[in-house]
Design a protein around this ligand. Structure first.
Ligand code: EPZ
Length: 432
């Protein structure tokens, strides 16, 4: 098992490159199953989740080939003969549930394991199921699997309204609707950039969509979607994470530059609140520059659906608040109890207290290095951020959580001046 060892207090400066978006790459890979030939996807990050999803897709008989040095994945569904996604893989990554919409859209049938929960609680899929039923699918739940079929072999299409707006349910609905015979309409669709870029790929494959980027998306059934080569967008959550790193430990007065970045994908709320902390931002079409202030001001945030403050950045923001000289709050409105990082941050001296859906953070306390445990992807990276500003050494255990969504994090941070290294350790030294 791997751990990261960090010597805190080093100022960051220089240039880093943002990798391709994990949460966009996954729906793009699912969409490739709808094609009549080989799909080539560019700017696909080398992450555990990409590897996991490649295995899920390969179970169907589809050929998946990832060229690491080029960050390209080619997907050929021509020999797809097993429209299934097994529990042992789906339980590793919830986004595997996108196989339901993709297989229904292509084959008119699917047998997909229900995803489990995750570190921070239940992750329902009721909206996914209601959406594909609205398209005309017949669904049965059998031994933990969703068994879905389209009467007559192809979905007729239909209309559905999401409540709440859900990224995953939007993706699954659009995957299934793209293969439907008739027209479909999704209301209160998610508008995250992941969805908009995914719709751009469907359009490039010949899908007839209108309302892309809005809350109402209409799809006109077409007989066949064709293969395409498509380039994935940069990872907005990695960008936001690095911008927060720059704010809390950038060398004062010295700009850090992030290349291959699209700041519009973060939404105005995040940009506004980060500027309110006193952090200086320069936003380019494909880059962002961050300059840390002498002293960060505390700014409370509330997570929300796009373009609100991304829930995937709330753990990182908690560490920023600990680096200010006042008190502020983080209110998590998307998920129940997405706070598994708080007990670990408290062990580093951060005074963060959970009150219902909020975390109250008292800044100005010294942050001490410690041995801490990763529990999920974004919680893990908040521990790394705390280690960067802590006094002394921090060891972050079980970084396989981190490797799900951050490509070469320690290499990028080292290049910016951080003292961070990866090392193997005996997992029995880390009793579960
Ligand atoms: C996507 O998850 C992201 N994952 C998550 O990022 C992100 O936190 C989330 O969107 C919200 O932005 C991927 O894109 C792979 P949801 P998703 O369905 O689609 C409720 C990361 O760290 N809901 O939008 O699974 C749900 O309980 C991950 O990269 C239902 O009630 O999230 C939650 O309150 C973590 N019923 C809200 O919607 C449903 O059927 C948002 O969930 C589905 C969702």
């Amino acid at each position: 098992m791997d751990r990261l060892v960090i010597e805190g207090g080093r100022p960051l400066t220089g240039v880093a490159t943002i990798s391709g978006s994990k949460n966009t790459a996954l729906p793009l890979m699912a969409a490739a199953l709808l094609a009549d030939g080989v799909v080539s996807l560019e700017n696909i990050p080398a992450l555990r989740d990409i590897n996991t999803f490649s295995r899920v897709i390969a179970v169907t008989g589809t050929t998946v080939d990832y060229q690491l040095e080029k960050r390209i994945v080619t997907i050929d569904p021509s020999n797809l003969n097993r429209p299934e996604a097994p529990y042992e893989l789906v339980k590793r990554m919830r986004a595997s549930f996108y196989m339901l919409g993709a297989l229904l859209g292509r084959e008119g049938r699917a047998r997909v394991s229900l995803p489990g929960g995750c570190a921070w609680g239940p992750r329902p899929v009721d909206l996914h199921l209601k959406g594909i039923e609205a398209l005309g699918a017949e669904i049965a739940l059998e031994q933990g699997y969703v068994v879905a079929s389209a009467p007559g072999g192809r979905l007729p299409g239909g209309t559905f309204e999401l409540n709440p707006s859900s990224v995953g349910a939007t993706i699954n609905f659009l995957l299934a609707a793209s293969g439907a015979r008739g027209s479909s309409c999704l209301k209160n669709a998610a508008t995250e950039p992941d969805v908009e870029v995914f719709c751009q790929m469907l359009t490039a494959m010949g899908a007839r969509l209108s309302g892309v980027g809005t809350r109402t998306i209409e799809i006109e059934g077409v007989d066949q979607l064709h293969a395409t080569t498509f380039s994935n967008c940069p990872d907005r959550i990695e960008l936001g994470t690095f911008m927060i790193a720059g704010a809390i430990c950038g060398a004062p007065g010295s700009a850090i530059r992030f290349e291959n970045a699209d700041p519009t994908h973060l939404g105005e709320c995040f940009i506004d609140v980060l500027r309110q902390t006193g952090t200086e931002l320069t936003l380019g079409e494909h880059f962002v520059e961050v300059t840390a202030p002498e002293k960060l001001r505390p700014v409370s945030i509330e997570t929300g659906i796009y373009p609100g403050f991304p829930t995937d950045l709330q753990a990182q923001w908690t560490v920023l608040l600990a680096c200010t000289d006042g008190n502020a709050k983080v209110n998590e409105t998307i998920y129940y109890d997405r706070f598994k990082h708080i007990p670990e941050l408290r062990r580093m001296g951060i005074n963060a207290i959970i009150v219902g859906s909020e975390v109250v953070v008292e800044g100005g306390k010294p942050i001490q290095g410690a041995q801490v445990m990763s529990t999920d992807l974004r919680a893990s990276v908040s521990l790394v951020l705390a280690g960067l500003v802590a006094e002394g050494q921090t060891t972050v255990l079980r970084v396989y959580h981190l490797d799900r969504g951050y490509e070469n994090l320690e290499g990028k941070l080292s290049a910016l001046g951080a003292a961070i290294r990866r090392e193997k350790y005996d997992e029995w030294a880390d009793p579960a």
